[in-house]
Ligand binder design. Structure first.
Ligand code: ATP
Ligand code: MG
Length: 364
C-alpha cells in the first residue's frame, strides 16, 4: 500500500520509517530540496497545492495524510473528493485556527485559556481591558514553535504588537501562570477504537519544545483522556491527535491541538509498544491500532539549532539518537534523543549524562 504525505519534514520521515516494516511505501509532496524524509520514500518536489502533483497522488496512493496543520485547506478538500485522506478537512479546519479550536473546546466543556478574537486596534484595547495584562497576542493561523505571538506586559506594548501582526486574524489570550505543561496524544482508528498514550510533561525554551518526559502515572491522566476522547468522537477523528494542556493548580486548561503526530510524543518510538507514528499509519490505512503501553521510563530531548556528537550520545546507556538529516540553522529542530530506562534512577542517570552533552539552556 502507498501512503501520500503532504510535507517531507522530520514528521513525514519518522512516519515512513515506522511504516516500512509494515510493508507501506511513501510519497512526499514538498517544495524543498534535500528534505528530511527524502531517503524514506519518493520525493515529489512541488508546492503543497500543485494541481498536477495532487492529481498524480490521487492516482498513485491509497491514502493520504499530512504532517503539519498549515497545509493549504484546498489541498485536503481536493484530496478528500478523490481519495481517502485523514485527518478530515473538518478536523484540520478546527485545529489550524486558534479561535476555532478554542470555540470547540468550550462547546465540549473542555476548560480553555480565556481569550478574545481581535480584528481591529479597538478590539485589542477592549480585549486587554477584559483579559488584563500580561496577555499573549497570537496569529490565529500559521503559528508554530512560538512564532506569530507576542507577550504584552504593559499598555506600551500594544502598539508595537499591533504594528507587527495587524492584517491577519488575531486572538488575545490571557497569560496563564501554569505549574506544568502537559500533552496527551491518542489515536483513533477508522472503526472508532481509541488508544491513549501516557501524558507527556513538556518544557519549552523560547517557545520551542526542549524536553518531554513520559508520565504514565500522572495525576491528570483521567481528565486529559476525557477531554481527548470527547474531541476524537466529536470530530469523528481518524489518526493521531495531540492536545496541549496547561496545568493550573489541580486542573487542566486546553492550549491547542495538533491534527498529527506531535513532537512531545517522539519518545513513543522507543518508549511505547507501538509508536505514535505506527499508530497514525495503522489508523489511516484502516488497520487495528497497536498497544500504547509504556516500555519503561522515558525522556526526550530536542536538538534545536545544534547537533551534539552522535557517538557521545550513543555511549550513554539507554540513549537513542534520531538525526533528521537537516542542515543546522538557529532555532531549527534537527534531531532528537530519547532516553529510556527500566526504572526511574536509570532514567535520571541517563538524563544527567545527556545534560552534560547539551547546551545549558535546554533544562536550565
Ligand atoms: N496563554 C499563554 N500563557 C502562557 N504561556 C503561553 C500561552 N500561550 C503559549 N504559551 C507558551 O508558549 C508556548 C508555545 O505556544 P503555543 O503552543 O500556543 O504555540 P505554537 O507556536 O503552536 O507552539 P508549538 O508549535 O510549540 O506547539 C506554549 O507551549 C507555552 O509555553
Ligand atoms: Mg503549542
Amino acid at each position: 500500500m502507498i501512503v501520500g504525505i503532504i510535507g517531507g519534514g522530520q514528521l513525514a520521515r519518522m512516519l515512513a520509517l515506522a511504516g516500512q516494516p509494515l510493508g507501506l511505501e511513501f510519497i512526499f509532496i514538498d517544495p524543498g530540496t534535500g528534505i528530511s524524509a527524502a531517503s524514506a520514500g519518493q520525493h515529489w518536489q512541488g508546492e503543497y497545492d500543485d494541481p498536477t502533483l495532487l492529481r498524480r497522488l490521487v492516482a498513485a496512493a491509497d491514502v493520504a495524510t499530512y504532517e503539519f496543520e498549515n497545509v493549504p485547506p484546498a489541498t485536503i478538500e481536493y484530496l478528500a473528493e478523490h481519495m481517502a485522506v485523514f485527518p478530515s478537512a473538518r478536523a484540520l479546519d478546527c485545529a489550524r485556527d486558534r479561535l476555532h479550536e478554542k470555540s470547540l473546546f468550550a462547546r465540549l466543556g473542555i476548560p480553555t485559556v480565556a481569550h478574545r478574537a481581535v480584528n481591529s486596534r479597538a478590539d485589542l484595547t477592549e480585549a486587554v481591558a477584559v483579559l488584563g495584562l500580561p496577555a499573549v497576542l497570537k496569529t490565529r493561523r500559521l503559528g508554530y514553535d512560538g512564532k506569530g505571538q507576542a507577550v504584552l506586559r504593559d499598555m506600551a506594548d500594544l502598539d508595537a504588537a499591533w504594528q507587527r501582526f495587524h492584517g491577519t486574524d488575531l486572538i488575545l489570550e490571557a497569560f496563564v501562570d501554569f505549574g506544568r505543561e502537559l500533552s496527551i496524544i491518542a489515536a483513533r482508528s477508522r472503526s472508532g477504537d481509541i488508544r491513549f498514550y501516557p501524558l507527556s510533561e513538556n518544557v519549552h525554551d523560547r517557545g520551542v519544545l526542549a524536553y518531554s518526559r513520559g508520565q504514565p502515572a500522572d495525576a491528570r491522566t483521567e481528565e486529559a483522556c476525557r477531554y481527548m476522547a470527547s474531541l476524537l468522537r466529536e470530530l469523528d477523528y481518524v489518526g493521531v491527535l495531540a492536545l496541549e494542556l496547561f496545568e493550573v493548580g489541580d486542573r487542566l486548561l486546553a492550549n491547542e491541538m495538533a491534527p498529527r503526530v506531535h513532537n512531545s510524543g517522539h519518545w513513543t518510538i522507543e518508549g511505547s509498544e507501538t509508536s505514535q507514528f505506527e499508530n497514525h499509519l495503522r489508523a489511516i490505512v484502516g488497520w487495528p491500532l497497536g498497544n500504547t503501553a509504556p516500555l519503561g521510563h522515558t525522556a526526550l530531548f530536542n536538538c534545536v539549532g545544534y547537533l551534539p556528537d552522535p557517538v557521545a550520545v550513543m555511549k550513554i546507556p539507554g540513549a537513542h539518537w534520531h538525526d533528521y538529516r537537516k542542515p543546522v540553522r538557529p532555532g531549527r529542530k534537527v534531531a532528537h534523543i530519547t532516553a529510556r530506562a527500566a526504572d526511574a534512577p536509570g532514567l535520571e542517570a541517563a538524563i544527567t549524562a545527556l545534560k552534560a552533552l547539551l547546551p545549558g539552556h535546554v533544562l536550565g
